[in-house]
Design a protein around this ligand. Sequence first.
Ligand code: AHM
Ligand code: MG
Length: 343
Amino acid sequence: MTNHSHSISLTRYLIEEQRAGRINADLRLLIEVVARACKTISIAVGKGALGGVLGDAGTGGEASINVQGEAQKKLDVLSNEILLEANAWGGHLAGLASEEMDTSQPIPDVYPRGNYLLLFDPLDGSSNIDVNISVGTIFSVLRAPDGVTQATDADFLQPGTAQVAAGYCTYGPSTMLVLTVGNGTHAFTLDREIGSFVMTTRGMRIPEETKEFAVNMSNQRFWEAPMQRYVGDLLAGKEGPRGKDFNMRWVASMVADVHRILTRGGIFSYPLDSKCAAKGGKLRLMYEANPMALLVEQAGGAASTGRQRMLEVQPTGLHQRVPVFLGSRREVETAVRYHAEHD
Ligand code: AHM
Ligand code: MG
């Protein structure tokens, strides 16, 4: 049995943030509700094949396809439902949006409404579910524009700098919630025996320099010229212009890759390539890039599209995609420099 007599639970951390005037009661409730939904998702993910939840969603051999044109996994659908149901009745939201739904979701009329907008990717990296590799939930919280109590899609189109909270939960060997309310990035580990998240790292800091990069190398021939040159120089190692050897890691679950970078540094990139250029990139601004960018900046790192600070991108669509470079500050600046020199 672990001794938690001096530990700080997520609940206590949030109450202390509220006392310090950094969050209000509604935002505290919202984060608690998201965390509770993540615990439920964690249980479903942890059961694996025993829970009958692996594999594709859909019936009669027909795959279910989401708004992104991707086949949905049963756990994608289940996680989405868990988050929707948990957040509908609390009275803290003016609307919800999910990577798995075409349009934003109004709050049912029977429930009171609040001032916040919640966006989430219910189960990111879901291609990894069936092979028992870490997946995660990513979420972002915005304020509803003044006077809006029932939000429409346009109300969500705010730049990442407007986020009042962001976080992810990673379902790996342990379940961890990593959170920012704009006052540092903190990690909480789920204590499965008592069922609560306990702070295990206060104030995560990403080392400024790194010798590790994360990218799907199989896309190399589809990248733009500056990305080709940047990664070419990383691979050239000590003998190349960078003068040091780089290691590579790619889990293909953004949550797991970003969690590694928040823990020990590195650069994560999903650049523009000729396969995804028409869409603007692979990863979604509102559900993936912006919340991760806030967490990374709050831990002393940087996040960019390669040409612009991620958090300053003005969204034009709920499901907009962007190129992503994030992690160790100096390394992200270097990747940005390669783009600037080329343009
Ligand atoms: P998803 O939201 O459909 O799961 O897609 C996002 C995932 C990220 O978690 C990950 O970084 C990337 O897609 C992996 O892409 P690839 O399959 O090209 O390696
Ligand atoms: Mg996803």
